[in-house]
Design a binder for this molecule. Structure first.
Ligand code: ADP
Ligand code: MG
Length: 596
């Protein structure tokens, strides 16, 4: 029971902090409170005036009572919609703000968080959180407050009229209330398992949609439809279990309610027959007992709806209260435009504790040097670039840029210094131009074209229906693999950063196109420190230096000629690729394919 209460306090303190600050929300609550009191106090008083005056045959006073009654009802009628309107204004304002706040927290979460959560779930959770907060605030005002007042106010009145009846009514309400809360908690496991299944199946659907090509090309539509359908059956079963349990709990609740009514009415009659209370008191007690019961009825329905909403808010705290692993330092050093000296010293790193991907890895790159990185798939090449960009923190050792530890500067400052083309080109569902502009939104069309030209992308982009304004489709599906890579390179070129990282950025290009890009490498990499990871070794022949990475260590380091001369791993790979005419298939034989 108390575990359940922590959940509520967490949600309510959050609601108070976010929504409590809005004067519109506060005003709407106050207005609603006024109409409720009008209904609970004003109307019964008006009624009692009418009845009393009628019994005394003071008809003009009775008319006054009627006018009073109508006046209050009218006032309530006018204020109620106004209350909702004012409330809506406040909620709307906060709706944008909390969507923005939540989404910015989400976007700034550690990259690892995204790797361990399905995109479909994260999107649903974001929308559910904000929607549920607003719904909770509304329900709190329009329903729960009504319900609570509907219980509390009559209790006070009954207590005031007759302490004994009051105490009994209070006792019965507490029993009823406690049962309702207990019942709602008893439902919680059923509700959470239903929610888990819902989350699982949403994630599964999103996963199928984003991998639709894999599903279709393997002719596995039926398999996945079956998986989703089984998921839906499980969801439906969970719902069934939950509602069966709920029906049982409701039946018990009905008995308790009948008992409540019976005891209180019986006692009222007894008190009256012993002369302890008057007929007026008896009538008021009976009327208010009905009010309490109506309120308690809606309380049990409300609690269920309420808990559903609370449960939809809870997952948001995973993000809102999340402590990131990679954080900006409290007092960051200023990092202006760097020269580009990179030092990775004795770096160890593991994604999963105990499984080092890099171990005692050291690499020193003077500013302006161009380094090719070679190694089998899974050797740790992409990982070392991620550490340089500080997507993850090293477990041991340090990564420095111009002598400054990457942990001592803000992530934004650091990443501004690096143009990065990841292994998988990441394109938005937007135009070619917008995709390139991502790295420098203020650049002109001419800059974009220049970048596209250097990346050898302009010829094909110009042939697209709308040129640089053509939409590339979700994740760039409307482009070929090589075209996507060239747009991604153009993006990095536009960045004009002193350090550039190309992670298998030309892997999907045919040898000829790659040769053309390689020719513009001189221009693209000019005056920059460059780390170029490639599996086609000919791409790297003009690098100042080449390092070979194996199992998270640097095992060979030198110029192309030096490495050939020592006749080690690099020389072996080179000779093999040469023999096979530098064809990508030969590269696959060598085990150096990009791990897609
Ligand atoms: N996000 C991740 N979580 C856990 N393990 C990872 C993650 N990314 C990569 N790895 C593992 O780290 C190792 C090195 O990967 P990576 O640096 O991508 O290799 P390379 O780029 O040399 O092919 C691989 O064994 C891979 O499975
Ligand atoms: Mg890689």
């Amino acid at each position: 029971m108390f575990r359940g209460l922590t959940k509520y306090s967490q949600v309510y303190s959050h609601l108070w902090q976010t929504y409590g600050s809005s004067w519109q929300v506060r005003l709407s609550f106050t207005m609603h409170l006024m109409t409720r009191i009008g209904k609970l106090v004003g109307l019964p008083i008006a009624l009692s005036i009418i009845i009393t005056e009628l019994s005394k045959q003071h008809y003009s006073n009775a008319y006054a009572g009627v006018a009073f009654f109508v006046g209050i009802s009218l006032l309530i009628g006018i204020i109620t919609p106004l209350t909702r309107y004012v409330g809506m204004l406040g909620e709307n304002k906060i709706y944008d703000r909390s969507t923005t706040e939540y989404f910015s927290r989400l976007v700034e979460a550690d990259l690892d968080y995204f790797h361990s959560n399905l995109a479909g779930y994260l999107t649903t959770a974001t929308r559910q959180y904000v929607d549920s907060c607003v719904q909770l605030v509304r329900a709190l005002r329009d329903r729960y407050m009504t319900t609570l007042l509907g219980v509390l106010f009559p209790l006070v009145v009954i207590m005031w009229l007759d302490v004994w009846l009051g105490l009994v009514a209070l006792g019965l309400s507490v029993i009823q209330g406690a049962y309702l809360i207990w019942a709602s908690n008893a439902i919680t496991p059923f509700r959470s398992s239903a929610r888990e299944l819902y989350k699982e199946n949403s994630g599964r659907m999103a996963d199928v949609i984003s991998n639709i090509l894999a599903v279709r090309s393997n002719a596995q539509e039926a398999t996945y439809i079956k998986k989703v359908s089984t998921g839906a059956v499980n969801e439906a079963n969970a719902f069934k279990q939950r509602y069966t349990k709920q029906a049982k709990l409701t039946a018990v609740r009905e008995f308790i309610t009948v008992g409540f009514f019976m005891v209180l009415l019986w006692l009222t009659v007894a008190r009256m027959s012993s002369g302890a209370i008057t007929i007026t008191t008896a009538i008021i007690v009976v009327t208010y007992t009905t009010t309490i019961l109506t309120a308690l009825y809606s309380l049990s329905e409300d609690l269920d709806a309420h808990d559903d909403l609370v449960d939809k808010v809870i997952p948001a705290f995973e993000i809102l209260n999340r402590q990131n692993v990679v954080n900006n330092p409290a007092h960051p050093k200023k990092l202006g435009r760097v020269k580009g000296k990179i030092e990775m010293s004795d770096v160890s790193f593991a994604y999963d504790v105990g499984q080092n991907v890099l171990e005692g890895f050291s690499l020193r790159i003077p500013a302006g040097q161009k380094v090719g990185v070679v190694g089998l798939s899974g050797a740790g090449k992409s990982t070392l670039t991620k550490l340089l960009l500080r997507f993850n923190d090293v477990t041991d050792g340090s990564v420095r840029i111009d002598g400054i530890d990457v942990r001592d500067v803000t992530q934004t400052d650091l990443r501004r210094q690096v143009a990065y083309v990841p292994q998988e080109p990441l394109l938005f569902h937007a135009t070619v131009k917008e995709n390139v502009l991502l790295s420098d939104p203020k650049a002109t069309d001419a800059d974009v074209r220049r970048a596209l030209k250097q990346a050898h992308a302009l010829p094909f982009v110009e042939k697209l229906p709308d040129g640089i304004d053509s939409i590339v489709g979700e994740r760039g599906v409307k482009l070929s693999g090589g075209q996507k890579q060239r747009v991604a390179i153009a993006r990095a070129v536009l960045r004009q950063a002193p350090v550039i990282i190309l992670d298998e950025a030309t892997s999907a290009l045919d040898s000829e196109s790659e040769q053309i890009i390689k020719d513009s490498f001189a221009e693209i990499l000019k005056n920059k420190t460059a780390i170029v990871i490639a599996h086609r070794l000919s791409t790297l022949s003009e690098m100042d230096r080449i390092v070979v990475v194996e199992k998270g260590r640097c095992i060979e380091d030198g110029t192309h000629a030096e490495l050939l001369a020592i006749g080690g791993v690099y020389a072996g790979l080179w000779n093999r690729q040469l023999r096979h005419g530098d064809e990508p298939s030969a590269v696959a034989d060598a085990g150096l394919v990009a791990d897609v």
